[in-house]
Design a protein. Structure first.
Length: 323
């Protein structure tokens, strides 16, 4: 029997149970994939703790890469043996996973399994943030929180490739060094100083065109204070907790700024959009212009420790689970 990580009751990392599950067969529109690696993401912790509720029990994990072992009916474009990756298939912390063919993308030869499994969810997120939510233009100053995290390192690189001046935040000397190596022009140690006044100083009082904020409650007020008039506060996550309800009048007072809470599903709503974003990411990896940092590889049976390390902010880059 294949093994997987299952959640029977929501809570902390201790609720992640590794064990045997029933063998699967692909239904209409599905692929059965032998998982090479599964990506670990903050949204997995939200599912695990019940912040984003799922019917219990459920297989956890959304992202991974592997090789197709069976193809369901009504599937075209994929065959047994193909290498694929995906960003939104529940139950991906597993030796075998059922993947909707509509959400799978072919992995080119120039991209290995680890990178393919590490890239899509965070890479697609970073891509839609800088290409679509607030399309970065050459000369823009933008602020990237947690610039040494999995999304942060990709955001820094993609924003720089579009000509931005990137200001990052980080909490340790090592993370500052990683953000600078990725291309950040300035890095603010928010464990030492309040970041908002420093951003204002660095931009000559003007503020930034956009803040890409995946931290949430701990940074929201400061993020709002760093924006230029009509700037964008792009709140794409809540690693420090959910942001309380916001009075729209605050957006007026901050300079007629915009607040948006985007999600990956809304920015990969069509097959064409998914393939466009994934294709640009894979091409950038293959030509060496985008570096994907693997921060840790854990046995699938050790998913609990991976979650503990992620939530304890002890990691940089992307964490992978290996069946």
């Amino acid at each position: 029997m294949p093994k997987a990580v299952v959640v029977h009751a929501t809570g902390g990392p201790e609720v992640l149970e590794f064990g045997d599950v029933e063998a699967k067969s692909p239904g209409a529109g599905e692929l059965l994939v032998d998982v090479a690696v599964a990506g670990v993401n903050y949204i997995d912790t939200y599912h695990r703790e019940g912040r984003y509720p799922l019917p219990l029990p459920f297989g956890i994990g959304l992202e991974g890469s592997g090789r197709v072992s069976a193809v369901g009916s009504d599937v075209s474009g994929f065959a047994v043996g193909d290498r694929v990756a995906w960003a939104s298939a529940p139950g991906s912390y597993a030796e075998q996973a059922l993947i909707p063919a509509s959400g799978a993308v072919a992995v080119p030869d120039g991209v290995d399994d680890d990178v393919a499994g590490a890239l899509l969810l965070q890479g697609l997120t970073a891509h839609y943030l800088v290409a679509s939510t607030y399309p970065v233009r050459s000369g823009d100053a933008v602020l990237v929180h947690a610039a040494a995290g999995g999304v942060g390192l990709l955001l820094v690189q993609l924003a720089k490739a579009r000509g931005a001046r990137v200001i990052g935040t980080a909490s340790t000397e090592a993370k500052e060094a990683l953000a600078r190596a990725a291309g950040a022009d300035e890095v603010i140690r928010y464990d030492q100083v309040e970041f908002a006044p420093v951003v204002r100083e660095l931009t000559g009082g003007e503020g930034v065109a956009a803040v890409y904020d995946g931290v949430g409650a701990a940074t929201f007020d400061g993020s709002l204070a760093t924006l230029r008039p009509r700037g964008y506060l792009v709140l794409f996550g809540g690693a420090s907790g959910a942001v309380p309800p916001v009075d729209p009048q605050r957006l007026n007072q901050a300079g007629s700024v915009y607040l948006t809470r985007p999600s990956l599903g809304a920015y990969t709503a069509t097959r064409e959009e998914l393939e466009w974003r994934a294709g640009e990411l894979f091409a950038a990896v293959a030509d060496g212009s985008l570096d994907v940092r693997i921060g840790g590889r854990y046995p699938l049976s050790d998913a609990r420790r991976a979650h503990e390390d992620l939530e304890g902010r002890r990691t940089t880059g992307k964490l992978l689970l290996v069946p």
